[in-house]
Ligand binder design. Sequence first.
Ligand code: PEP
Ligand code: MG
Length: 760
Amino acid sequence: MYVKKFEDLSKDDLGIAGGKGANLGELTQAGIPVPPGFVVTSKTYDKFMRDTGIFSKVMDILDQVDINNTKELQEAAEKIKAIIIETPIPDGISTYITEAYNQLSERVGEEDGADVAIRSSATAEDLPEASFAGQQDTFLHVQGLDNVIEYVRKCWASLFEARAIFYREENNFEHSQVYIAVVVQQMVDSDKAGVMFTVNPSTGENIALIEGSWGLGESVVSGSVTPDNYAVDKETNEVLNVTISDKKTMFTNEEGGTSIQVDVPEDLRKERVLSDEELLELVAMAKRVEGHYGKPQDTEWAFHDGNLFLLQSRPITTLGDSKKEEAEEEEVDLEVLIRGLGASPGLASGTVKVILSLDELDKVQEGDVMVTTMTTPDMVPAMKRATGIVTDEGGVTCHAAIISRELGIPCVVGTGDATTTLKENDEVTADGKKGLVYKGIIKGAESEEASAGAIQVSATPLITVTEVKANVSMAEAAPKAAATGADGVGLLRTEHMMLSTGVHPRKFILDGEEDKLVDTIAEGVLKVADEFYPKPVWYRTLDAPTDEFITLEGGENEPREHNPMLGWRGIRRELDEPEILKAEFKAIKKLHDKGYTNIGIMIPLSQHPSELRRAKELCREVGMEPQVDVEFGMMVEIPAAAILIDEYIAEGIDFVSLGTNDLTQYTLAVDRNNEFVAKHYREEHPAVMALIERTIKHCAAAGVTCSICGQAGSVPHIVEKLVKFGITSVSSNTDAVEEVRKTVARAEKKIMLDAARKQL
Ligand code: PEP
Ligand code: MG
């Protein structure tokens, strides 16, 4: 009654075990191997509250609280939670929990106590199916009896979070009629894990498709490993296909519970993960879980010490009817030739053309899939003809990735060896979302670049307070970017525009043709400024890496640097070549003089405010007063700039834009172009996020506009955090503008709602 094992629960126990507990019981009873555990039922909570006499104390506090007075509500919540957490659990109750936990530990063979997840689930006696906001606390990796009891009590206390009290009052639930059940379940530290479709999701055939790899399932689910693939006929149990991959990486649990990514031991990399017996066990589980839910399932499974567990199960979503969705479903059947990183979404089928030197570019014809070591600016014309692009090298912010996204061409980067694995004239399909290249053509994907490039504009544009802008690199991409309804251009990557002219800017200066350089820049920028007028366009002064500019006419004298990413680029380079920077300022002045006052100036890669001061002096020298005649801002791309942001603000800036591509590489010491370290490149690393948050908050405090134009600004779940931090605008890739706009709108609404609730 007070504590029940999953085996002893079913869906009829919703009232005492909560939704989660009842479901786990139901699955266990159906013979589906979920990790074992027990539920501290709502009766236990009730007994604890009454036997200790705190129930009436709590109800008295609740009777007196004015829930519309936020401060009072908070204080009452804190007081109640403290009472629950500080009142000892009577022996008569704790023995039940102790017994159940000790039994579980024994069962899973852990002498120091089982490593468990503790989850709470609120229920109401007369309305067991009601769902309650605010009581879904989960604590992972809890070990040892004392800790288990402490977290169970924390779950109980969570019933009296301020928002939970408020919610119940608002929805007329009696506080005294709401209870809480707590699920305690083993955490599975798997030796091997993966996913399984219980039927072939594209054809509906009764064939289980299984992917598996070493360690925790995270490696398969996140796509960071190429897993083994298996297909098993569910009627005859015949193993139809076994594809063994080279599995380079895996996740394991560290002491203390968090998962870490490590290399797969050499002897396991090419070892088959699942034996025939294990496949059959999986298939038996597939049948049971399918039978239980009455529908084909998409599952996550794990083996620990030879025992199979079902970790997650959801119905396979019905196939969509669009051509693209059909094409995407069909891919499941195709053989994966090579894996890399998805750099520009969409499917592209075509004939492989391997480009190993620039004089081979003509081989790429309309509709071909261009395969090369790494793209360079000279390849852009050929890239435009290609239906898809695949590279050996690079990460998601490399040249190929940026240009492909802008051109709307599906692209896979960082495959390691596409130029040798994919053969000339092979027919393949590149999946720029998943980062895969399949053998063969997918119907409907041959002309995919057209649809990937087409931008969907919502019928009723969303209004957001946080501006949503677009990044533009090539002038010709501006109309498409403007068609998204973006609120301006948050980053005009001028160096790409310069690269597309084929001539090094220094050549103009050396040839005494400064005017021509000014005109060339002004012409390119005009196309963008015109397209967006009167919305703002932030012109970023040249960020010219030596290894990219070396290929230009007049670029022969570029220094050969060991590490161009840490070398002569950005504003430091421009201050060494002030004639080029001044030519850029003159071009902007020329456009301002023509009325295009919507153009602002932004300096890249600054590491000290003195660079900002010097750049402003040069701007003044061409007759434009920064911050008066022209908006003047900077990118925050180096930790030093984030740390010194107050000094920059004191120096005088109109706006800041977070260049998270570089900020990530310089904070983590991870070369953004190097596929060997790509797995360590993480914008969400806490150190990067801390610098981002700091920059946004300091700018907000000083009233300085703060934006983002790195790739992180195209990733919805990161954008959501930035809006919470108080960012004033987000500039994303053209293809992501609509999605980012929706994310921003949702995040803003949530902030308003939370604030309104606090006011109540
Ligand atoms: C950045 O570093 O985030 C950025 C937007 O600049 P780029 O990618 O051009 O270096
Ligand atoms: Mg940058």
